[in-house]
Design a protein around this ligand. Structure first.
Ligand SMILES: Cc1cc2nc3c(=O)[nH]c(=O)nc-3n(C[C@H](O)[C@H](O)[C@H](O)COP(=O)(O)OP(=O)(O)OC[C@H]3O[C@@H](n4cnc5c(N)ncnc54)[C@H](O)[C@@H]3O)c2cc1C
Length: 93
């Protein structure tokens, strides 16, 4: 549940707290054609396809693939930043 007043719509034009609050609820759902593909689906078929891309990526000497897209992996923000920092420190050694 997102309660918007904590990051937007929380004040009136004079900066006073509003007397009402607005919440949104998020529900998970299966992806279908027309939806934006937000999350990697780590099933066997996609895992095999990813391994093929990984093999090609490993041959690249001047490109590093990282993050959700590059590693085809579910990451939250803190985890992806941690992974990027570790990758950078490895590269800069
Ligand atoms: C709806 C939603 C809600 C989320 N909520 C949270 C949350 O509440 N808390 C939290 O911690 N995390 C949340 N996340 C996760 C967080 O957004 C991701 O973990 C993080 O953005 C992943 O970073 P990334 O660098 O791997 O990928 P991204 O941030 O997706 O960056 C990938 C970049 O690559 C670019 N790109 C793609 N293809 C190409 C190409 N061919 N050539 C060049 N560039 C390309 C894209 O434009 C994009 O800028 C949420 C994600 C989504 C989708």
């Amino acid at each position: 549940i997102i309660e918007h007043k904590w990051f937007e719509f929380g004040k009136d034009e004079e900066g006073n707290d509003l007397s009402k609050t607005v919440i949104s609820r998020e529900y998970s759902s299966e992806w279908k054609v027309g939806d934006e593909p937000y999350y990697p689906v780590n099933d066997a078929k996609n895992g095999e396809l990813y391994q093929k891309y990984r093999a090609l990526a490993d041959k690249e000497t001047k490109v590093t693939f990282g993050g959700r897209l590059g590693e085809y992996k579910y990451y939250d923000m803190d985890a992806v930043i941690d992974s990027a920092l570790k990758c950078a420190s490895q590269m800069l050694k």
